[in-house]
Design a protein around this ligand. Structure first.
Ligand SMILES: [Zn+2]
Length: 312
């Protein structure tokens, strides 16, 4: 174990020297990328050796010293990771700058992960911000899809563009509208924007909006549910006109006067030839003769019933 620790000290010293050398190289502007890359490769090998040694030592170490040992080994590994990340970031930022330069030279094929640039392919499109990344570089899609125009999230123009896209997609849902817009524009927080517009769309609300819920059904009136003799509580109504043939074989109109018991739902039908007051009173007389006088008569506000009510 003492031997392993001694070897580790040697490797840690080498790693430290490599870190300071990379830092020096990064500060120089004239440094070749290849040099830094080769230094990083050596450093990565040192990191792997150190991690292996650390785990071997940890296996043999006493439990009370474990925490201090982990802390110590982490410090070295973290130092190495920090410098490697620094190198990665500096290389990606250089590529970004490079891609911006190339885009201004009408070359829309940068390698940066994600970038924004001013398009200058034509006079008409000058000063329009476009963005993109290498993810769909090899896709057989147009340049507008690869490098969509950048729009602000909260803007009147953005609002109208989203609204138009929603209409062009025949008032489709959020996802389809979103996909349609992203073929041309890149808008930050687009989902939120689309959602708020789709939710407020009057046409969509008319089609998919929930209808008003029906009011609660009130209890049946006591006349309907309490025991009573048949036709003691009666409702009355006329049917629509029916075509009949009279005794002279002539076509004429007739109506059915329907009496119904509110409790038993039994019905009594009378045929009448018109909706006059006299006709109703005569058929009511026939009904009463057959079924006895009702205690309560219920009807709608038809003129015939009103007139008959006044007459009785
Ligand atoms: Zn809509």
């Amino acid at each position: 174990m003492t031997k392993k620790k001694a070897i580790r000290v040697g490797h840690r010293g080498a790693a430290r020297r490599l870190i300071s050398k990379i830092e020096e190289e990064l500060e120089k502007e004239t440094t070749q990328r290849d040099e830094i890359e080769s230094l990083c490769e050596t450093l990565k090998k040192k990191r792997d050796i150190l991690s292996e040694l650390d785990s071997e030592i940890l296996e043999e170490i006493a439990e009370e010293n474990m925490e201090a040992e982990i802390e110590d080994s982490d410090r070295y590994v973290l130092d190495i990771e920090r410098i490697l990340t620094k190198v990665r970031n500096s290389s990606s930022s250089k590529q970004k700058n490079k891609s911006n330069e190339t885009s201004s030279n009408q070359n829309l094929n940068p390698n940066a992960a994600y970038f924004v640039f001013i398009n200058s392919t034509s006079t008409y499109e000058k000063q329009l911000l476009r963005c993109g990344g290498p993810r769909i570089d090899n896709a057989t899609v147009g340049e507008t899809v690869k490098f969509p125009y950048l729009l602000p999230a909260k803007d009147r123009l953005t609002h109208f563009i989203v609204l138009k896209a929603h209409e062009n997609t025949l008032h489709s849902g959020i996802n389809i509208t979103l996909a349609y817009i992203q073929q041309t524009f890149w808008i930050p927080k687009l989902r939120q924007c689309v959602k708020s517009i789709v939710m407020k769309c009057v046409t969509c609300r008319k089609v998919i909006g929930k209808s008003y819920s029906a009011p609660e059904i009130p209890p049946l009136p006591k006349e309907r549910v309490q025991d009573a003799t048949p036709f003691s509580i009666t409702g009355v109504v006329f049917t629509g006109a029916l075509s009949i043939r009279n005794s002279h074989n002539e076509e004429s109109k007739a109506y059915i006067c329907l009496f119904t018991c509110a409790v038993t739902r039994a019905v009594h039908l009378e045929l009448v030839y018109d909706l006059s007051e006299e006709s109703f009173l005569l058929c009511f007389r026939r009904f009463v003769s057959r079924r006895s006088v009702p205690k309560i008569m219920m009807s709608d506000n038809a003129l015939t019933f009103k007139a008959a009510s006044n007459e009785i």
